[in-house]
Design a protein around this ligand. Structure first.
Ligand code: AGP
Length: 614
């Protein structure tokens, strides 16, 4: 999730103006930043690794430069953070500059053709192929607008791009598919950005570009069409938010914004990893399948939410591959003298890629000869750099300390990797794999359906926030793994004690604590264990506990007569995929209870987003 900002108009020192605008997008992540300014004298580009301040400090005379400006803060997805991987990227002659937010799925094949045509690449990003593609088209067409259109027709993936050139220094070409881009309309000047906070100080007149939109932006106006040049009519609207609300996309907290981003982050994490033929592919993997899969034992190691994702991964791998998988918290693994050798595959999961215990566990596994695969969200993080192989989640920067979108993208990555192993080892028929893939691809829309109407869970949260002295989260099998994550969310942000238990353990002790005021959330999404969960619900109700059931749609066994509240989620053909959907009502329940209690949701007391100390 990168930050984009642009300006075309008569203002002096427009470079400084755009970089000020970009600063308001720093919550979108930054590991490098860059700016391009186009004038009749040509295109000038400056880009630096690190925070935006590094770039500003290196501007020199660019600090007071004017012209048509585009600027970018990068959240790396392909190619580690560095000066040369920062955007803008330029064509071979430095006459065209481009910035991009998204993923070019077919960049490897495009790059091969462009290299064969003699193009020289300066970075190892997917983005750079776009500007060379435009250059290649411009050489043939001699027209910038047609060159950009023609180049984009050859691209598959997600993009929000802005292009300036010395051929048309008073114009920005922009296009949007799957990544956000908005236009700010001024009087004799126009702005563009990834998000509204960047331009609010200059104009409240906004057009939100939609997928497939193509814009030609000059000081005099904006022409919106589709890629085939057919005119498009997008209504402008007046922004009424304050800046802080705008940074959260209109949501009161980053946590709620990130919960609602989950369908998109799942699409982004799936993108480019499932071929039309239903094959699971990881184009960026460096290790061959033979090398990566030469193991007879799997360890999954992580902390906190990532550990809970690992619990789901264990169940899925064992279900699919029928091989033993161990999952351990990193702080235990690293001191347990683990039974790891050269035939071990150690899967290390970490959103930040910097958690001290997890990094130490990675090093311990490597020292014992394991092959290490990292599942991380931050490109270039310590764990990403030190692992033998990396499977990135594309959740974008997760600002809220309580992890939500990172968790679901970790699950998706584990499901993909499990299917990848099964395919490589011919463990599953093509049809079976196809059925899992079909279910996975359908999940973002199903999740969006749950998020489209959260009134039921908000109502339940209001009922519970002042009546629940403590929470139990119960589940069996995969529902227990999800219960662990649901309990952590509740603890982290509401400060109400919450504990997850395998439901079958209730009568082995915890039942003694069930009494009026104790809320027991019972997950019942695993069909094979459903009847057992019904008995647990009855045990809770018999002790006058508050029972909240999480069930699949069309459930017949649990309703308001048998429990105090029911949270329903869409079903999938394969119950093993239910954790991705079942976690959403638990995230929302914790959020709305914490919100009702007035908690500091995005930065809960005593906690840090990345625990880089032991
Ligand atoms: C999750 O909501 C917590 N913020 C915490 O448990 C977190 O998952 C844990 O610290 C691991 O962080 P990582 O994924 O960045 O390694």
């Amino acid at each position: 999730m990168c930050g984009i900002a642009g300006y075309v108009g008569p203002r002096k020192e427009s470079v400084r103006l755009v970089l000020d605008n970009l600063k308001r997008l720093e919550y979108r992540g930054y590991d490098s930043a860059g700016v391009a300014v186009a004038t009749s004298a040509g295109v000038r580009v400056l880009k630096k690794e690190g925070k935006l301040g590094n770039l500003v400090g290196a501007l020199g005379d660019l600090a007071t430069a004017s012209g048509t400006v585009i600027a970018h803060t990068r959240w790396a997805t392909h190619g580690r953070p560095s000066d040369q991987n920062a955007h803008p990227h330029t064509d071979c002659d430095g006459k065209i500059a481009l910035i991009h937010n998204g993923i070019v799925e077919n960049y490897l094949e495009l790059k091969e053709k462009l290299l064969a045509d003699g193009h020289k690449f300066a970075s190892d990003t997917d983005t750079e192929v776009l500007v060379h593609l435009i250059e290649s088209e411009y050489r043939v067409l001699g027209d910038m607008e047609q060159a950009v259109r023609s180049a984009l027709r050859k691209v598959t993936g997600a993009y929000a791009i802005c292009v300036v050139s010395e051929y048309e220094p008073g114009t920005i070409y922009a296009a949007k598919t799957a990544s956000p881009l908005i236009l700010g309309l001024g009087d004799g000047e126009n702005f563009l950005a990834s998000d509204i906070p960047a331009i609010m100080r200059h104009t409240r007149r906004v057009i939100v570009m939609e997928d497939g939109d193509f814009a030609k932006i000059t000081a005099g106006g904006v022409i919106l069409t589709d890629l085939e040049s057919r005119p498009i009519d997008r209504k402008e609207f007046a922004v009424t938010w304050d800046v802080h609300t705008a940074e959260k996309g209109g949501y009161p907290h980053f946590m709620l914004k990130e919960i609602h981003e989950q369908p998109k982050t799942i699409r982004d994490t799936l993108r480019g990893r499932v071929t039309d033929e239903g094959q699971i592919v990881f184009p960026d993997f460096r290790l061959s399948p033979a090398r990566l899969l030469d193991f007879n034992r799997i360890f999954i190691v992580a902390c906190g939410t990532a550990y809970h994702a690992g619990m789901v991964g264990k169940s899925f791998f064992e279900h699919l591959l029928r091989r033993p998988v161990e999952v351990q918290v990193a702080s235990e693994f690293r001191y347990s003298d683990p039974l790891v050798d050269s035939k071990t595959l150690a899967i290390i999961i970490s959103q930040s890629g910097e958690t001290a215990d997890t990094l130490a566990a990675l090093r311990e596994a490597k020292a014992k000869g394991a092959t290490t695969l990292a599942i991380v969200n931050v490109v270039g993080s310590s764990i990403a750099r030190e692992a033998d192989e990396v499977l990135y989640t594309y959740a974008g920067p997760e600002i809220c300390v309580a992890s939500t979108k990172a968790y679901v993208t970790q699950l998706v990555s584990l499901y993909l990797f499990g299917l990848y192993i099964a395919q490589q080892e011919n463990k599953l028929s093509k049809d079976i794999v196809a059925s899992y893939v079909e279910d996975l691809l359908a999940i973002p829309d199903k999740m969006a359906g749950v998020l489209a109407d959260t009134k039921a869970v908000e109502k339940i949260a209001l009922r519970l926030s002042n009546t629940s002295s403590c929470f139990f989260f119960l589940g069996r099998g995969l529902d227990f793994a999800v219960s662990m994550e649901g309990a952590l969310k509740m603890k982290e942000i509401s400060y109400i004690h919450a504990e997850a238990y395998p439901a079958g353990e209730l009568k082995h002790g915890p039942l003694a604590l069930v009494e009026p005021g104790v809320t027991v959330v019972c997950l019942a999404t695993q069909s094979a264990l459903y009847d057992k969960m019904l008995s647990n619900v009855k045990e809770v109700k018999a002790r006058e506990g508050i029972a909240v059931a999480v069930v699949k749609e069309n459930d017949q066994g649990l309703d308001e007569r048998s429990v105090d509240a029911v949270l329903t989620v869409p079903s999938t053909r394969h119950d093993v995929l239910m954790p991705i959907l079942a976690i959403v009502p638990l995230q929302l329940l914790a959020y709305y209870i914490a919100s009702d209690l007035g908690r500091e949701i995005d930065q809960p007391r005593n906690l840090a987003k990345s625990v880089t100390v032991e």
